[in-house]
Design a protein around this ligand. Structure first.
Ligand code: DX5
Ligand code: ZN
Length: 217
């Protein structure tokens, strides 16, 4: 079953718990948590403190997307009872295999992400070890950017590799998803769709989440 992971990057942080409750009522599957450090990407967002403020306020699992350098130093901080996925960037990891094993040893599913200009081949030697691959469909750093269409070719190619090699990692896409393109994104072989502004910057967040889900299932 395909999953919707709204990104709280585009939420109103003065009423974060309320808006998260709305996506939960709307049927969202995961809360996508965008962590940026101002080094790996040209923006700073939030860290474990903000994420942990949602503990006890939502039953939704966390899908943590670390857009940070040296992620190994911070993995423990993001492990909570709600944490399901921790994703690091291939471009930020010198010893990617080690980082993947580290995430798994903490009890989370290990995701690896690649930027729009990074080739799938950079993941050849880790596909057997990962639980999820996150294909960036914008250059990471900001919500509300335009979808980069070549991400769909990457998804299709990755889905082929997955079938050919009999692997069962999930495929996630992140950036620029909206109600107009989400069906095409899902049809390309995507399992988890992140949507930030297209969910949270709407008048009725719960209803928008429902509309997304009706288009992907
Ligand atoms: C981009 C982040 C995305 C982003 C998605 O750097 O990783 O998760 O917030 O936002 P939209 O859906 O608005 O592109
Ligand atoms: Zn993200």
């Amino acid at each position: 079953m395909k999953k919707l992971a709204p990104s709280i990057l585009s939420a109103d942080f003065s009423k974060l718990a309320e808006e998260v409750a709305a996506i939960e009522r709307g049927g969202a599957d995961l809360i996508h948590v965008d962590v940026m450090d101002g080094h790996f990407v040209p923006n700073i967002t939030y860290g474990p403190v903000v994420m942990k403020s949602l503990l006890g306020k939502t039953g939704l699992p966390f899908d943590v997307h670390l857009m940070i350098e040296n992620p190994d130093a911070f993995l423990e901080d993001f492990m909570t009872p709600n944490t399901e996925y921790i994703t690091v960037h291939q471009e930020a990891c010198t010893h990617l295999n080690r980082t993947i094993q580290h995430i798994k040893s903490l009890g989370a599913k290990a995701g690896v992400s690649i930027n729009p200009a990074t080739t799938l081949a950079t993941l050849d030697y880790v596909l057997e070890d990962v639980d999820m691959v996150l294909i960036m469909s914008v250059n990471p750093g900001f919500g509300g950017q335009k979808f980069i269409p070549s991400a769909l070719d990457k998804i299709r190619a990755l889905d082929e590799i997955r079938k050919d090699e009999g692997l069962n990692f999930e495929i996630e896409i992140d950036g620029g998803a909206n109600l107009d393109n989400v069906q095409e994104i899902a049809a390309a072989g995507t399992d988890i769709i992140v949507a930030g502004s297209a969910v949270f910057k709407t008048a009725d967040i719960e209803e928008t989440a429902k509309q997304f889900i009706s288009k992907i299932r």
